[in-house]
Design a binder for this molecule. Structure first.
Ligand code: ADE
Length: 249
């Protein structure tokens, strides 16, 4: 029995369940991939019990499996489980990582920037309204006191999927007035916004995007400098935020 539902994720093939890697399921089985809240009434209706498949799921995934039998069929319901961010229930996310920086906007190797705004540079959807969704500008939470008291630099971040920069990327970066070029900030900010969790993004500069050195070379050369800068910056930031209201940052 193979059962599908509207919001099902994954590809279903007889005897082979691609999304679950090595998971081998009896071909006479139904596996549904539901959110927990949607799945539990069905788990009850089918009289399934939680059955630990952690030994065959890929390591580290939070998936849960409920198993049972219906008219001779083995039935499994696999639910995605709790996302780690939700399970931890953080009241602040700090996104600390490396980035490229624009010297024309004052960036130097090893600087650590606090992001003030995020925008995507390579989600090009040239249709009114959709274009705004593609760029997805998100303002960071105000952290003026943190920036001033810890003497940090601040700047707008441009996020995309590539380390290099096409001419179109460059246009987008200029349009959003970015100082920092990374590959995750806008995505993390989007997820944090959805979860209504405040987020601070700290970006250490590994390479000068508008400089003369090839990006890959410069990035690799300065990775440890940037990592050290982050490890010097994050602890004071943690101490600073500790016990404060987000509104006072
Ligand atoms: N991370 C470090 N350097 C980067 C760059 N130049 N572009 C995007 N992400 C980066």
């Amino acid at each position: 029995m193979y059962v599908m539902k509207g919001d099902l994720q994954g590809i279903w093939q007889e005897g082979e369940l691609k999304p679950y890697g090595n998971l081998q399921v009896n071909p006479a089985a139904g596996v549904l991939n539901y959110g927990q809240a949607e799945a539990l009434p069905l788990v009850e209706a089918l009289d399934l019990v939680e059955d630990d498949l952690s030994a065959i799921f890929p390591g580290g995934v939070p998936w849960k499996n409920y198993s049972g039998e219906l008219d001779g069929l083995n039935v499994h319901i696999v639910v995605p489980g709790k996302d780690k961010a939700l399970a931890l229930q953080p009241n602040l996310i700090i996104n600390a990582g490396t980035a490229g920086g624009f010297q024309a906007k004052g960036a130097n190797i090893g600087d650590v920037y606090v992001a003030t705004e995020f925008a995507n540079r390579d989600r090009r959807i040239p249709i009114p309204v959709f274009d705004k969704y593609g760029i997805g500008t998100i303002e960071a939470i105000p952290t003026g006191n943190l920036i001033k008291d810890l003497d940090l630099k601040e700047g707008k971040v441009s996020t995309g999927n590539s380390l290099d920069m096409t001419l179109q990327d460059e246009e987008h970066i200029k349009a959003n007035d970015a100082t920092v070029k990374d590959m995750e900030g806008a995505g993390v900010a989007y997820a944090a916004n959805l979860l209504a969790i405040p987020m601070i993004s700290l970006k250490a500069i590994t390479d000068i995007v508008d400089g003369t050195k090839p990006t890959v070379e410069e990035f690799l050369e300065n990775m440890s400098t940037a990592a050290s800068a982050l490890s010097r910056t994050v602890p004071p930031v943690l101490k600073y935020v500790s016990g404060k209201n987000v509104a006072d940052l």
